[in-house]
Design a protein around this ligand. Sequence first.
Ligand code: NI
Length: 174
Amino acid sequence: MSLKEIITVPDPLLRKISEPVERVDKELLTLLDDMLETMYDAPGIGLAAIQVAVPRRVLVMDIARKEEPKKPFCLINPKIVRVSQEMSIHDEGCLSIPEHYAEVERPASVTVSYIDRDGNEQERDFNELLSRVVQHEIDHLDGKQFIDYISKLKRDRIVRKLKKEARRANSVIL
Ligand code: NI
């Protein structure tokens, strides 16, 4: 297993639409393990493959608290098949948009079909926090970020700040 680098906005890769996975093989299982390790290390509760620069439709999540046993989810080719009428508003952040948060309104619960790491097709309801995380991560697979749900003014301000930080990080001080 190895830690992967998490890419951040404004990296154009984050806008790319990820490709479906065709088979669950050893390489994919290694990617899933690396993604989990990277997510726990960050630390975060969800990570999409595109955030480690791999444009495949794969995501991992785990909302267990630090003192609780780990409860990882690995979803391959996830697809939202039903959404609740009820909506929910909550603050969101993202490992690819460090230190910025915004309120996002999403369906309160969703049903998602996906392939698990054993290669079996699954369909499962996600509620509360897991529902929010799975929707946020599936957005990443379609090149979407939580800042797309806020006003253009606020979004531009966040992107400007991140661009500035990226420039600073890449600059050479002489
Ligand atoms: Ni994110």
